[in-house]
Write a protein that binds this ligand. Structure first.
Ligand code: SAH
Length: 390
């Protein structure tokens, strides 16, 4: 099937942007054909091949610009290229979990595949790509012979969020390694597995020295992965704060699977802003504070959005940071540009009259390639600041 796109859209695609937006189409229909389509310009000239499918960003993806047949061979080749690019991780025995296929960054928007010690977690981001699931998972099966495959449904549908689709389930928790540290994972519990693989470099940095001899506060700690990495890296003590009840047991388990005693680790189930006030009242201070909030969250009618509230996280942190301290500020909000993120943070430093140095910054790691022309695909931003108060 052919789909006519506007001149502007043809230009954009030729420049290397793979994302199709509603306004790119000459005629927009709510129902999307469940097939690969050819995007053509006004003159009917071929521009690209891809598909239409509604997801949180855009309404479709360009998959090919060479008029190739999108057959099994094509996808096997695409997956094989992605696998070859991860040979570093496959041969690294100290890291057994990483991203294998990163959607558009590996040439196929709408799907991600993560490798967890021989198991695959496949996430489908729209209904059209999900329609091709059999062919695509067959290719993965053929290339990788995984022990099992679990899929996550990331589009609006009546299907359960998580489905075990082939092979056997591992004994839980499944222990994966990253830079020699164990992480307890659960592959078939909703969307989240227990670890966010895109933060491997930041956890690596915590292991390697940034946390050495420090009292660490980990805000929005989830399963405490940053705390465990900090403890490995010689932190004197860690405090993990998360609102979710489940975080206590999950974090205890994360320390336990690494044989780290809980003596110097505190786990607090509390709202972050409440903890800032509590710690200030108790005159607790920290040498290193990690801030890694969700893009958006709701708690007791109060909403938190990183775009408008990041400054408040920095304010709260400065109140309880030691005279010389470090803040690791992270966001995964794709609509928060690096420039705006940095400005929102530094505005508070200036207002609070502290001396600050941006010493390091991290974006997505090599197993999460982004499309250069699509800035929002490089969604992760992590800035490390050294702060001096007074
Ligand atoms: N930093 C974590 C990932 C954070 S996921 C890691 O590296 O693994 C976001 C977490 O924020 C969730 O666990 C959620 O329960 C928690 N959260 C959301 N709103 C919160 C709030 N107001 N205070 C504390 N935690 C919150």
């Amino acid at each position: 099937m052919q789909v006519e796109i506007k001149d502007q859209a043809a230009k954009k695609i030729r420049r290397g942007i793979p994302l199709i937006q509603k306004e790119d189409l000459k005629k927009y229909h709510e129902t999307f054909p469940k097939e690969w389509v050819k995007f053509v310009d006004k003159q009917g000239k071929y521009v690209a091949t891809g598909y239409l499918g509604k997801q949180n960003k855009g309404i479709g993806w360009v998959v090919d610009r060479n008029d190739s047949a999108l057959n099994d061979e094509f996808f096997e080749q695409l997956f094989q290229t992605a696998i070859d690019q991860r040979s570093f991780y496959f041969s690294d025995e100290s890291t057994t979990a990483f991203r294998l296929i990163n959607g558009e960054g590996d040439g196929l928007g709408g799907i991600t595949v993560d490798y967890y010690d021989g198991y695959l977690v496949v996430s489908w981001y729209n209904e059209t790509i999900y329609h091709f699931r059999k062919k695509l998972t067959d290719s993965l099966q053929k290339l990788l012979h995984p022990k099992g495959i679990v899929e996550k449904i990331r589009f609006t549908s009546d299907l359960p969020e998580s489905n075990w689709v082939s092979g056997s389930k591992p004994e839980e928790p499944l222990l994966v390694k990253e830079n020699g540290v164990n992480y307890a994972t659960y592959l078939d519990e909703g969307y989240m597995t227990g670890i966010f693989l895109d933060q491997k470099e930041v956890r690596g940095r915590l292991i390697e020295g940034v946390a050495l001899g420090k009292r660490v506060l980990n805000m929005f700690s989830y399963t405490g992965a940053f705390s465990v990495a900090a403890a490995f890296g010689g932190a004197l003590e860690t405090t993990s704060v998360d609102l979710a009840q489940r975080s206590r047991a999950k974090t205890e388990e994360q320390f336990a699977v690494n044989g780290i005693s809980l003596d110097q680790q505190r786990i607090v189930v509390m709202d972050t802003f409440e903890y800032f006030r509590y710690a200030a009242r108790k005159e607790l201070t920290y040498d290193l504070i990690v801030l890694d909030p969700p893009s958006f969250a709701r708690n007791k009618k109060k909403t938190f959005s990183v775009l408008k509230d990041y400054g408040r996280l920095i304010e709260g942190s400065l109140d309880i940071l030691s005279a010389e301290g470090t803040i690791i500020a992270s966001t995964n909000a794709s609509n928060f540009t690096i420039e705006k993120f940095q400005a929102a943070i530094e505005e508070v430093f200036i207002k609070e009259n502290v001396t600050y140095h941006l010493t390091e910054s991290y974006r997505l790691p090599p197993d999460f390639p982004a499309v250069e022309q699509l800035a929002e695909s490089n969604y992760l931003k992590v800035l490390i600041y050294e702060i001096q108060k007074e």
